[in-house]
Structures are given as structure tokens and as C-alpha cells.
Design a protein around this ligand. Structure first.
Ligand code: GCU
Length: 411
């Protein structure tokens, strides 16, 4: 009898509870995107000057106040030290440097450690692929010379040497003439809901401030800001060309690379790999992860104001196509994976597409595909896009596309 009651009760439950992700195109529902080329006061944006002077700053402020939060300004002075240098790394093909960067610009103080490989075969300073890693610098490859990170990890143990090597085909990038730089993201903001106290953020409070304001930066803001500090260092390193830095990231770090590219125009190319909700994917499209889900599972990623949109995403004054548009006219690449439905691959494509009018206004070609391309049919217009077979991951296939895209747009 009890069992019967249970079965009966279950049939009464809605097929899709509020926390269930939608994976049915037919149930996505209608939505209307804010127009990147219409000011909040209704004025049409019809020139490059108006975009740069009025609409871009307006959109940036909206993302700062409502989504990612406002980051601290750059420290007045760059404080760093090259702690190791090996000109015969990776079988003599590369020079490995490790650089400690004091994030507040002062010693003593919180630091991050930048790992940099520079191709030895080069005529000129090398262009760079810069991105954060998920497990500690030592996880990006088997090189025994990489210093193990002591920062927080989920399981309390340092990440295994080379554990993420498949996501970091360093030698492939070096062979193609690119330097590779990385930082362990938890050194900047330990990625858990109570990570704030151990993050860079309290070190940069204004005098008297004890907690973040509702529009202050969270983890994504902090990671993106730290990528800019890494770029500050690259500007000082004569072996690399800081005017040709591609900032990249996978998943939450893809959200981060987009925000870094939007906030720091020094990044020459921006790459988002499977960044999904809060990254490239349209928030208004109800497919896969939602604003409510991301703010509940990861309350530390965005600013507090963003939580107000959990139940009224249609009221957001921005959507993620406008994040991509903030990068214009610089080249930006959005990549999806077929099985990564949680990240809404189609929503990532549509968002890249919806950013195109801004690129066109600025005299660029935007995304050169009207229809969602098939699997493994990369499009390398100023907005690049591909969808590959397989799961949520960053693979050698993805890197090959990014390197070719960078060859085309950054050389
Ligand atoms: C979770 C999260 C995503 C995020 C991903 C990742 O799945 O919901 O938003 O992109 O983790 O960073 O791997």
C-alpha cells in the first residue's frame, strides 16, 4: 500500500522540477535578447565612436554591477621575481621560467606563481597562450622541473604531476612558435563557497571594508583580474610579445577568459572553451545549466546582485552575447562540445552570432556562419566557432583550432 501511495505521488510530481535542467529544444521557450546596439535610453548606436565612448562603457558597467562584480584596480606597482629559469627544458626545445607575482604589488603579501615555457627556436619575442589551470602548475605536464603548488585543492592533496597534460599540449604550441603561460587558479581564489577569506579579495578591500559589496567581484572576477596581472608581467619579459597574448580557458575558466578579455583590452585574442552558463552561452535560453543553478551551486563565482536574476532572467539588462561584444573588434573564439549539453552548445553558437552586429559596426566580419556549423567544421572569422565531437573537455583538437585561429589573427 505504502509503495502504491509512493508510485501515485511520483506520478503527480511535475516531470521537470525547478532544479531539473531542460534538454528539450521544444521547451526552450521564447526569449528576447537585449540589443547590443541600443543604449539603455533607447538611442541607436550607429557609429564606432558611439560604441566605444558610450555603449561599450555602459555594457561593461552593467556586467560589473549585475553579473561579475567590479574588480579592484591594478596595483600601482608590479612586484615580481623570476625564481627559476631553465634554458634546456623539455629536451632543450624550451626555456622554462617560474615567476612569483605579488598580487597586491607589495612584499610581503599574497602571491601567484606563473609558469612560462618559451620556444627556444624563435627569431622574435614569442606570442603567448595564457590560461589558468585547475590543479596546480605541475599538473599541466610531466616536466619534473615545475614547482608543485601548495595552494588549496579539493581533496587536500597537490594535483599529480602531468594529470592535466591532455588539456595542455604544450609541445604542440611551442612547435608552432607560441609560448605557453599558466597560473593555478586556486592561488588567487580557492574554488569553493567559503574561498573568499583565502582569496586575494580581502587584501584589496577599501579602508574599513569588511565584506564584499553586492556589486563587488567574486571568484571569476578575481581569476580574470589575476590574468591581467600575469599580462603585466609578460609586458616586462623581453622573450615574449605581450601585444600578442591569447587568453584562454576551459569551462569556469572559459567564463574567466571572456571576462578577462572584456575587461582588459590588452588581450589580443580571447578563447572560450566550453564555457557555458555565465560564459558564452545565452542566459535567457533555457537549456542546460541556468542562472539559478549556477548561483546556487557556485555562490562565490559572481557578484551578489546576480542572484536577484535567479528567477527573472528575462530582466537581466545584458545577456552573454554582449560579453562577447565587449571584446570587439578583437578576435574571439567560442568552442562547444557535442556532448556538453549542460553548457548549451547551441546557446554558445547563438550568442557568438548575436555579437556579430557589433563587430560589423566596427568594420569586422563577426561570425561567418548563419547556421550552426556541423561537428568539426570550424569557422575562423573574427569571431571563431567550432563544435567538436565528445565531452566537456579541452582537447588537442580544440588547441589545433585555437593555434590556427591565432596564426590567422595574431601573427
Ligand atoms: C560545473 C558548472 C559549470 C562549469 C563547470 C566547469 O559543471 O555548473 O558552469 O562551467 O562546472 O567549470 O567545469
Amino acid at each position: 500500500m505504502r509503495l502504491l501511495t509512493l508510485v501515485f505521488a511520483c506520478t503527480l510530481l511535475p516531470a521537470q522540477g525547478p532544479n531539473e535542467a531542460n534538454y528539450d529544444e521544444a521547451k526552450v521557450g521564447a526569449y528576447k535578447l537585449p540589443d547590443p546596439l541600443t543604449m539603455q535610453n533607447g538611442a541607436a548606436v550607429n557609429s564606432a565612436g558611439m560604441w566605444h565612448k558610450q555603449r561599450r562603457p555602459e555594457i561593461l558597467r552593467l556586467f560589473e554591477s549585475q553579473v561579475y562584480g567590479k574588480s579592484a584596480p591594478a596595483p600601482k606597482k608590479l612586484e615580481f621575481e623570476v625564481t627559476s629559469r631553465d634554458a634546456a627544458a623539455l629536451g632543450g626545445t624550451a626555456t622554462r621560467k617560474e615567476v612569483t607575482v605579488w598580487l597586491t604589488g607589495k612584499r610581503p603579501g599574497p602571491v601567484m606563481s606563473l609558469l612560462l615555457y618559451i620556444p627556444n627556436q624563435r627569431q622574435k619575442p614569442a606570442p603567448v597562450f595564457l590560461g589558468m589551470n585547475f590543479g596546480g602548475n605541475q599538473t599541466i605536464g610531466p616536466d619534473p622541473g615545475i614547482t608543485e603548488s601548495k595552494a588549496w585543492t579539493r581533496d587536500g592533496k597537490p594535483g599529480a604531476r602531468g594529470a592535466s597534460a591532455s588539456r595542455w599540449p604544450v609541445e604542440m604550441a611551442l612547435k608552432r612558435g607560441y609560448a605557453v603561460a599558466t597560473v593555478y587558479y586556486s592561488e588567487v581564489f580557492p574554488d569553493h563557497k567559503d574561498g573568499l577569506a583565502g582569496s586575494i579579495i580581502p587584501h584589496l578591500y577599501r579602508p574599513g571594508q569588511t565584506k564584499p559589496d553586492a556589486d563587488d567581484w567574486g571568484a571569476i572576477g578575481a581569476w580574470a583580474w589575476a590574468l591581467s596581472r600575469a599580462l603585466d608581467y609578460l609586458e616586462k619579459d623581453k622573450d615574449v610579445d605581450a601585444k600578442r597574448v591569447a587568453v584562454h580557458g576551459h569551462s569556469r575558466l572559459g567564463k574567466t577568459s571572456l571576462w578577462a578579455g572584456a575587461t582588459d583590452p590588452r588581450f589580443a585574442v580571447v578563447i572560450s572553451n566550453d564555457s557555458g552558463e555565465g560564459g558564452a552561452a545565452l542566459a535567457r535560453r533555457n537549456f542546460g545549466e541556468t542562472v539559478a543553478r549556477i548561483n546556487t551551486s557556485f555562490p562565490h563565482w559572481f557578484c551578489d546582485n546576480f542572484k536577484a536574476f535567479n528567477t527573472r532572467v528575462a530582466d537581466l539588462p545584458v545577456d552573454q552575447h554582449m560579453l562577447i561584444a565587449l571584446i570587439a573588434p578583437r578576435p574571439v573564439y567560442v568552442a562547444s562540445a557535442e556532448e556538453d549539453r549542460w553548457a548549451d552548445p547551441r546557446g554558445e553558437f547563438l550568442s557568438a552570432k548575436a555579437a556579430s552586429p557589433v563587430y560589423k559596426l566596427l568594420g569586422k566580419d563577426g561570425l561567418g556562419a548563419n547556421e550552426w556549423p556541423g561537428i568539426h567544421q570550424p569557422v575562423h572569422s573574427t569571431i571563431g566557432y567550432h563544435i567538436r565531437a565528445g565531452k566537456h573537455d579541452m582537447t588537442a583538437y580544440d588547441w589545433e583550432q585555437y593555434l590556427t585561429f591565432a596564426d590567422k589573427h595574431m601573427r
